[in-house]
Design a protein around this ligand. Sequence first.
Ligand code: FAD
Ligand code: MLT
Ligand code: ZN
Length: 473
Amino acid sequence: MADDLGTRTSEFIGRLTGALGPKGVSTDPAEIEPHISDWRGRWKGSTPVLVKPATTEEVSKAMTLCAAYGFAVNPQGGNSGMVNGSVPQGEVLISLKRMNKVREVDTLNDAMTLEAGVILTRAQEIADENGKLFPLSLGAQGVAMIGGLISTNAGGVGVLRYGMMRDLVLGIEAVLPDGRIWNGLRALRKDNTGYDLKHLFIGAEGTLGIVTAATLKLFAKPAVKETAWAVVDSPAKAVELLQIAKTATGGAVTGFEIVPKLALELVFKHIPDTRDPLPSTAAWRVLIELSLPREEGARGLMEALLSDAIEKGVVADATICESEAQKAMVWKIRESIAVAERAHGKALKHDVSVPVSRVAEFMERGAELARAVAPGVDIIAFGHVGDGNIHFNVVPPAGVDQDAFVGKEGLKVSEAIHDLIASLNGSISAEHGIGRLKRDELAWRKSPVEMDMMRAVKKALDPDGRMNPGRVL
Ligand code: FAD
Ligand code: MLT
Ligand code: ZN
């Protein structure tokens, strides 16, 4: 094997091309370009080669060659990640986009086995075509892929009822850093045969190996969804409304999202074909979705819980969606916030969670803190209030250099927000992960014993530290 890097790289690429064929390897800058920056355009990277395996065996061959030549690896799915994990920093970039086959759908076992490159909307369609529901849903669902969703343990808007990606995975197949294939595609609800290794890969952000396929849970499709848009005066009222909705419906609440007025205004400004379902000067809106097994009585349930909430002074006003088009409109408003915010400019993003009982306190104190540390900022705090997960984004004051603010200047704001989160027993990453963005902070926020255990797992599976170096640990 050649010694100098240039010769070693071209020998490596030659052997890769021999093993995977020309379709599986690219050094074309135009093809590589969209893979080496993130969706917000905040981070830019580089790679010597883009590898596009079409099968697990090809992933294994590529990983074996990376090990033999000592190259680090960056796996990539839809590249919609929010924490600078999927942008390569000189590593060999392995895209899973050609691994998009359906391996099996077993409706009697409520399970389907998909390859890592299947896009989330396609996974939802496959479930639907088989009369079932795959409930994971999030704004990037048109690009995010099963392998990336597993590797970040994605959350989204159905967690309240169906859980995070971790709760939706029965088994996985992965390729280890040395090229060995682990077939853990079990489709069992019960399996107590030692350590449950799939959970190591779920949320590992590609630091332990490459997820190549997964067996996922399917659910019964609800007969009807009732969707409402409610006006509330404060996050505290939103949390009260959640309790009312849960109590009234016995677990039928599948979506419960909070939207501040500023986010609404940005959506109407930047996203075509959106309009306010219920104009009001109040500061907050809540999107409530109930999923029910029977049409009969469904509308009455939503009406009753909203009347109760209005009577108790929890909700100021509300409207129930009358058509599929109206439902699609309120979800479009909610799911477009990230895109509208991007169009507005750069922002310091905090993907935090606290116990639901402390969400209101966090949002109030967080806004005060941010304004005290950086006077003139705007706060866009929105999202999964039903899970205690708020996207607490801080927009720099007008006239301030946005890059400097989201770079160094804003660090004090982020530290203050995360200190508050720590004091409320919360998490500094509820659903987006750690990536490179929060790696340093993780090391001092977690206890030494927890960091030691994580490093021991990493060392055991990736002793040379070649999988996604610089991410998470
Ligand atoms: P990528 O971005 O390609 O990769 C993410 C990480 O996983 C990287 O570290 C990468 O190296 C690793 N990885 C990718 N594929 C594999 C694999 N096969 N094996 C091993 N490692 C791998 N996230 C939420 O949780 N909830 C939301 O509501 C949500 N909304 C979003 C809305 C928008 C508009 C956008 C742009 C993003 C949103 N996200 C959300 C973030 C993002 O969509 C998720 O993190 C998603 O899971 C990333 O999937 P991906 O396929 O794009 O992965
Ligand atoms: C969302 O819930 O819309 C996302 O996680 C995106 C974001 O945090 O901006
Ligand atoms: Zn989110």
